[in-house]
Design a binder for this molecule. Sequence first.
Ligand code: TRP
Length: 388
Amino acid sequence: MTSSMTSSMTSSPTRPDAPLGSGDTDESATYAVALERSAVLDALIDQHAAGSDGNSTEGAARFRMLTGDRPTGPLHIGHYLASLRNRVRLQDKGVETFVVIADYQVITDRDSVGEMGANVQGLVLDYLAAGLDPDRTTIFTHSAVPALNQLMLPFLSLVTDAELRRNPTVKDELALSYGRPLSGLLLTYPVHQAADILFCHSRIVPVGRDQLPHLEQTRAIARRFNQRYAAGHSVFAEPEALLSEVPLLLGTDGTKMSKSKGNVVNLRDTADETAARVRAARTDSERRITFDPKDRPAVANLLTIAGLFLDEAPESVADRVGDGGAQALKRVVTDAVNESLAGHRARRSDLARDPAYLTSVLHEGNARANAVAERTLATVRAVMGMSY
Ligand code: TRP
């Protein structure tokens, strides 16, 4: 199984019906291969961007990308550093970008939909403030695209329950879902995510390391669809992972960033709220600041965050702080965050004054996503002999 997983990551031929690797697959080997391939993809995007005028459908647009977020609450600096900035970078290189606001996905691991409308609006605000351009990038809500959701039916026929049950992302989400039993929606989460990716024929999916098994499931669905329902013709190309270069960032208490733990700085926070949150961050009592992720993880995390905002190595941030201790370190982090986000926050507040504009961005994005999804569904029905 290891070989089927690894070889499919490198796009060499794989048996279309080969089962996906189980949990004991060599995850780090898969990761290494995906990392190498991501570097190649980045180089290809650059190469095509260089030759494209931004309007042509050639060039980087052939690397169509889909990514997205669940509207469960405000985005924080971890989202910004690890994904939002990168989306804007790719968009600006001419990569045709789709961003799904995965509203149905909110109820995979919780019973309540929460403040859905406000959360969706908050995401749109951060996307636009960060520089996603609605003329070039399609921002849409999952629930507003019925044809996308219909792809779930044939796709579900292509996966087994055993495969879904051993998907590490499903297992992790189940473990974190407050003791809820495994719902059908959580179990089939990799399949609806596959529909998100495949409906628009996305070739690139920016992901973190933990999401690789998901993408592998999507690739298997694409392969099996072509084999089983399209006589081997390529209706769906296998998308590839573009791994984030940003290391895993921790919250201000040194544990995983999480809204519910109150250990994050949100993009929408004020400069003062940011300062207060950073001031409360965990550090240690050693006066000299050094970058030592193993023995001083909380300090290293703050240095990493400052370094990412300042585009500077964390070791060099540590050198600058030197014997200034935790207080000086926190001042550097606060200034780095607040100065880097000042423009974002100002644009965000301006945009928030125009809710009608935000609604129009979503309506436009939903219309475009619907047109694409209907075309894909028509093809699927045609190859399955269901055009009546
Ligand atoms: N699962 C992602 C999250 O939790 C959101 C998402 C939905 C997504 N569909 C996607 C990401 C497809 C990448 C590709 O934030």
